[in-house]
Design a binder for this molecule. Structure first.
Ligand SMILES: Cc1ncc(COP(=O)(O)O)c(C=O)c1O
Length: 375
């Protein structure tokens, strides 16, 4: 339980920035809201599952953040260089400024989905792109990034080591980091990334028949949970935000327990690859330290069964996408957790299913017969 829930704090994501992000992303030709499914779960009044498996064909909500932030960066850079004052994404996509943008390189670290979004944005808007991955990022995820024309570089260590490698490469080469995590002295692209994520939350709050009482959202560095928390303050006041991490990488839970930002170290090895982050994002933490109602950690062993359960109901949910579902099931099975969260027969639950089959081979292995369901 978050002892500081509901205390006043700073505004991390100003409304003007969100209006800009929403106007931009909804103007992209391929834009369409993703579906919200009603699912059965005994013990609560309703469960709705926001299904990000088809977002812009990238199969995760991350498509909303990184690609948008690449467009913003290029717009700023073209203005700073005196090339164009208000380069729209349509103008960038048309190749009008290709002579300038192809001199610009964006970079980031990723465990899969964010890098795919940045690579997609770079390809659409016409700049170069180098993506850093750590040793445990699957070949399927690397290939998906490379398909957008990005160079993929492997570095030793875990996700947090790859974040530092991307920053070092940017410093050495004059590249631009488009990270989904923020740290002291580096906040603006991640703020744009999180503003993009808010669109997913706003869609869900407008699709759901009645405002949710409980919202389960996965946590990696905390960016998407913070974006949901900010949007809930506007669209679903009073909803309890529950942030869900893998047991092996529960840095937000550790931070909440300590009352200050804390890192967890080690190889952060979890099947929930998108959540394998050991260090909270500074901006995300500034929101979640007061916006989150509770933090939960869930075990890897529960992932295949949850994926199969949802697949059997026609919902494609990848390894990180089932974290919220697992958390709800396990909280309902535990009287103390149920009581602490206030979950009961009148609860209306919203779960963010943040990815589909982002690694199709792994997805089909995990959702096939239980005997074969090993990573
Ligand atoms: C599918 C999926 N869900 C959730 C997250 C967590 O997002 P954040 O790192 O912003 O907390 C990620 C991060 O990569 C992800 O890929």
């Amino acid at each position: 339980m978050n002892a500081h829930h509901g205390t006043p704090g700073i505004i991390v994501l100003p409304e003007g920035g969100y209006r800009r992000a929403r106007a931009e992303i909804t103007s992209w030709p391929e834009y369409a809201p993703t579906p919200l499914h009603a699912l059965d779960m005994p013990g609560v009044a309703s469960v709705h599952f926001k299904d990000e498996s088809q977002r812009f064909g990238l199969r995760s909500f991350k498509a909303l953040g990184g690609a948008y932030a690449v467009g913003r960066l290029l717009g700023h850079e073209l203005a700073r260089r005196g090339t164009a004052n208000n380069a729209t994404s349509a103008a960038l996509e048309s190749g009008q400024y290709a002579h300038a943008t192809d001199q610009i390189t964006v970079t980031c670290a990723t465990d899969g989905n964010h890098g795919r979004s940045v690579a997609w944005g770079a390809q659409r808007f016409g700049c170069r792109c180098v993506i850093f991955v750590h040793e445990n990022v699957s070949q399927g995820r690397r290939n998906a990034i490379a398909r957008f024309g990005a160079e993929v570089r492997e570095v030793p260590g875990n996700y947090d080591d790859s974040v530092r490698a991307a920053q070092r490469a940017a410093d050495d080469n004059g590249w631009f980091v488009i990270s989904d995590t923020s740290y002291p002295g580096y906040t603006e692209p991640p703020r744009d990334v999180m503003q993009g994520y808010r669109l997913m939350a706003q869609e869900a709050f407008s699709q759901i028949p009645a405002p949710p009482s409980h919202v389960f959202v996965p946590g990696g560095v905390g960016g998407v949970a913070a974006a949901v928390s900010v949007q809930a303050r506007r669209d679903a006041p009073g909803a309890r935000i529950i942030v869900v991490e893998p047991e092996a990488a529960a840095c937000l839970l550790e931070s909440a327990a300590a009352g200050e930002m804390r890192a967890v170290t080690g190889d952060l090895d979890t099947i929930m690859a998108g959540l394998a982050c050991g260090e909270p994002s500074l901006l995300a933490w500034q929101e979640l330290e007061r916006g989150a109602f509770a933090f939960m950690a869930v075990p890897d062993e529960a992932v295949p069964a949850a994926m199969r359960h949802l697949a059997a109901r026609g919902v494609e949910a990848g390894e990180s996408g089932v974290a919220g579902w697992i958390a709800l099931e396990s909280a309902l099975a535990d009287p103390a957790a149920r009581e602490g969260l206030g979950l009961g027969a009148d609860s209306r639950v919203l779960i963010f299913g943040t990815e589909g089959a982002t690694d199709p081979d792994l997805y089909s292995r995990l959702t096939s017969a239980p005997a074969a369901a090993q990573p």
